[in-house]
Design a protein around this ligand. Structure first.
Ligand code: BES
Ligand code: ZN
Ligand code: ZN
Length: 500
């Protein structure tokens, strides 16, 4: 799907098949809405007051409105103006996008001035509109052999009732398109069934990015390399599966970055299928464990966006990729493994595998003298009990990094919520046999997972993002969300601004 985004200050609608019009509580319309309503001699107001349900996101399509030069107006109920944050805004745009997915609608118009957003300038909302719009149109149908969902939409026209600098608009549109592309890649990879999205396949996709972007270089380590390096965490998980594990390092450096600038390292959990291993999971919804590589997929999405935007910060992506199965060589509860760091781990539960492969990746990351390390993974089911899908779990010991990620989450609508990492949690993962146990006793499952990871981080600024509940929608309509690509891209955009 290739949608063309155009901007205009003319507010002319003759080339548009559908205008999206927000309706606020008490049927209040904003500036453009009021003008159109006047031209229609009050027809729009009468229709919405009669037919528009006062439920967030409910829609009413008005065909051939009187006195207005547009075929359709899609009215969408937006609620009270003072409640509008980015999350709310994006939900409304996504719903509106879905409602305009009709064979007869080739061009859609939105007047951004009619969508006031707290703390955002109109220009700042453009990337949000683009990513939310494309999100509304996304379907995963790579494995459907018939009846493909074809999208008729060719262009979205963003109308402005104030004069805005053309250069700023171009930058905002490019940012939005690059973000949407990164999110799309992440969704496509995360949605892959595990028999297709194998570690080798994901590694090949990473390598293919190198061909599109000369600023990227990709290195793929195989099992033999992992043995030479002593990556005991990755090998312990991989030994139960016939699929060969891979360890991918993807580097991004724009020509304008200083050669001695330290990179931001992003590490993504890449378990292409998590059966739980010998500590096997229940069968109910086990198919969703194909999403257990969403962390790795999000790192590739962020790096693609960064390369597209030529961001001025050097990046390193590290993707430990493996299945967690229960072949005859599989690790067992009670086993003790030697990780890349040299530290030993007692395996209490083979289903706590993500932290084992991330431990090796965290140790490996120290080679790059990183400025910041962020690891991302579907680490625990417990994070969904605490937060639902409203936010990803954030655990960090660095107050500045915590604030920066929270701010990026608020700005992008891809939120995080921070948890403590007190000494108590480290006591819970002590082992009487090895240096550390892979599971803690006494609750706080998401925090003890982070406490485990922090044992493999040295002095660097480090944060852990648990996306166990945010990376995909569960159930019959299961699908990847592309989170937390928007969060991380926003974090990097702010980071680059702070370098200047
Ligand atoms: N991949 C799972 C976490 C998960 C479960 C994410 C369900 C999304 C939905 C992870 O490897 C895991 O199994 N974690 C265990 C940890 C436990 C053994 C301490 C969990 O959450 O139950
Ligand atoms: Zn697991
Ligand atoms: Zn897992």
């Amino acid at each position: 799907m290739k949608i063309d985004y155009k901007t205009t200050t003319s507010l002319a609608l003759e080339n548009s098949d559908c205008l999206i019009l927000p309706v606020f509580s008490n049927y209040v319309l904003q500036k453009m809405g009021q003008t159109l309503d006047k031209n229609s001699q009050g027809q729009i107001a009468r229709l919405i007051q009669g037919d528009l349900e006062l439920k967030l996101g409910s829609t009413l399509m008005i065909h051939d409105p009187r006195g207005v030069n547009v075929q359709r107006i899609l009215c969408i109920y937006y609620g009270a103006q003072e409640n509008i944050d980015t999350v709310h805004f994006q939900k409304i745009i996504t719903t509106a996008a879905k409602a305009t997915n009709k064979p007869g609608i080739l061009t859609v118009s939105i007047c951004l001035g009619d969508f006031p957003l707290i703390q955002h300038s109109i220009v700042d909302t453009i990337p949000q509109v683009i990513s939310a719009f494309e999100g509304g149109f996304y379907v995963f149908e790579d494995f459907k052999t018939a009846a493909l969902n074809t999208c008729a939409l060719q262009s979205v026209e963003l109308l402005f009732n104030t004069q805005i600098d053309k250069n700023q608009l171009d930058v905002a549109i490019n940012t939005g398109k690059a973000l949407a592309e990164g999110i799309h890649l992440t969704k496509q990879l995360s949605n892959l069934p595990a028999n297709h999205g194998t570690p080798s396949h994901i590694a090949k996709i990473a390598q293919s990015l190198e061909k599109t972007y000369p600023t990227l270089s990709v290195e793929v380590l195989d099992m033999d390399d992992a043995v030479v390096q002593n990556m005991g965490g990755l090998l312990a998980v991989a030994q139960g599966s016939a699929q060969a594990a891979k360890f991918v390092i993807i580097r991004y450096r724009a020509s304008k970055t200083k050669p001695d600038q330290s990179p931001v390292v992003l590490i993504g959990k890449g378990v292409t299928f998590d059966s739980g291993g010998i500590s096997i999971k229940p069968a109910f919804r086990m198919e969703e464990m194909k999403f257990d590589m969403a962390g790795a997929a999000s790192v590739l999405g962020v790096i693609k966006t960064a390369a597209q935007l030529e961001l001025s910060v050097p990046l390193v992506g590290i993707l430990p990729l493996t299945e967690n199965l229960l072949g005859s060589k599989a690790m067992k509860p009670g086993d003790v493994i030697y990780t890349l760091s040299g530290k030993t781990v007692e395996i209490i539960d083979t289903d706590a595998e993500g932290r084992l492969i991330l431990a090796d990746a965290l140790t490996y990351s120290q080679r790059f003298n990183p400025a910041v390390v962020i690891d991302i993974g579907t680490l625990t089911g417990a994070i969904g009990i605490a937060l639902g899908s409203a936010a990803s779990g954030l655990m960090t010991t660095d107050a500045d990094l915590c604030r920066a990620l929270e701010a990026a989450g608020k700005f992008s609508g891809d939120r995080v919520w921070s948890f403590p990492l007190w000494e108590d949690y480290y006591e819970m993962i002590q082992s009487n046999v090895a240096d550390v146990a892979n599971v803690g006793e006494g609750g706080a499952g998401s925090i003890t997972a982070a406490a485990f990871l922090s044992r493999f981080v040295d002095t660097t600024k480090w944060a852990h993002l648990d996306i166990g509940e945010t990376a995909y929608v569960t159930g019959k309509n299961k699908t990847a969300t592309g989170r937390p690509v928007a969060l991380l891209v926003q974090y990097l955009l702010h980071y680059c601004q702070s370098l200047n």
